[in-house]
Design a protein around this ligand. Structure first.
Ligand code: SF4
Ligand code: SF4
Length: 230
């Protein structure tokens, strides 16, 4: 289970600045449970964006967006609508946004932030990972998470140690995350994104929010710590 919450509407509209046509993707997995990417939220977003003058070329809600094969298959059924759009707005966790970006040659924007659940995680196939940072950066990075794709979690470009596209930390087995981001942005003709400098990350957002702390593993660990002090 990955917990997501909606980004502020202004932030989403900022991503869509200069783009008139949008295809919306929701998820019937964790995002439906969180009420961030189920059909009601997708339809609500559709209406909101239309009121903002956007054309919605189509929408779909896929069972588990984190399943790339399934996502690719389901989006294929909407190929014309997807191709007619300037970008895709994906209403789900960071894994679902990355999985969508991996199977579609289109700009993909995250509509949600994935927030920390304090230990419990879902299981999914594929190489995409999300650190539940609470302030999703995928809009800036072509849908590849810099916190998990880069060994050092750098958010403003590479460290300079990459060689032949491989990470200096594990050159035999690991691609340089920023090399992947560069190649993806280049393919999407959005290298301009690499010129924008992101502010320092608010790591406080990587803690589980208060309302989740009473129900999860994090809370049990806290209890154990407090018990040990007593
Ligand atoms: S930037 Fe990465 S860690 Fe943060 S929410 Fe997005 S996918 Fe997850
Ligand atoms: S080589 Fe690339 S992935 Fe490795 S730490 Fe440097 S920027 Fe990050």
């Amino acid at each position: 289970m990955l917990v997501s919450e909606m980004k502020p509407l202004e932030e989403v509209l900022g991503y869509l600045d200069g783009e008139g046509k949008v295809f919306i993707v929701g998820c019937k997995g964790c995002a439906e449970v969180c009420q961030t990417g189920g059909e009601p939220q997708v339809l609500e977003m559709k209406q909101t964006l239309e009121q903002q003058g956007k054309t919605i070329t189509g929408y779909t809600v896929i069972d588990f967006l984190c399943d790339k094969a399934l996502t690719k298959l389901r989006l294929k059924a909407h190929e014309d609508e997807v191709m007619a759009a300037d970008s895709l707005l994906v209403m789900t966790c960071g894994i679902g946004v990355q999985a969508t970006a991996a199977v579609v040659d289109k700009v993909v924007h995250p509509a949600c932030n994935t927030i920390n659940l304090g230990g419990a995680r879902g299981e999914w196939r594929g190489s995409e990972r999300c650190r539940e940072c609470g302030d999703c950066l995928l809009d800036m990075t072509g849908g590849i998470c810099p916190l998990t794709a880069c060994s050092k979690s750098l958010i403003n470009g590479p460290c300079g140690g990459a060689k032949n596209g491989k990470c200096e930390v594990e050159p035999e087995v690991r691609d340089c995350g920023w090399h992947l981001i560069y190649e993806r942005l280049k393919k999407l003709n959005r290298l301009d994104k690499m010129r924008e400098v992101l502010p320092p990350k608010a790591y406080s957002k990587m803690e589980p929010p208060k309302h989740l702390r009473s129900t999860i593993m994090w809370a049990l660990e806290q209890d154990e710590k407090e018990e040990a002090v007593r």
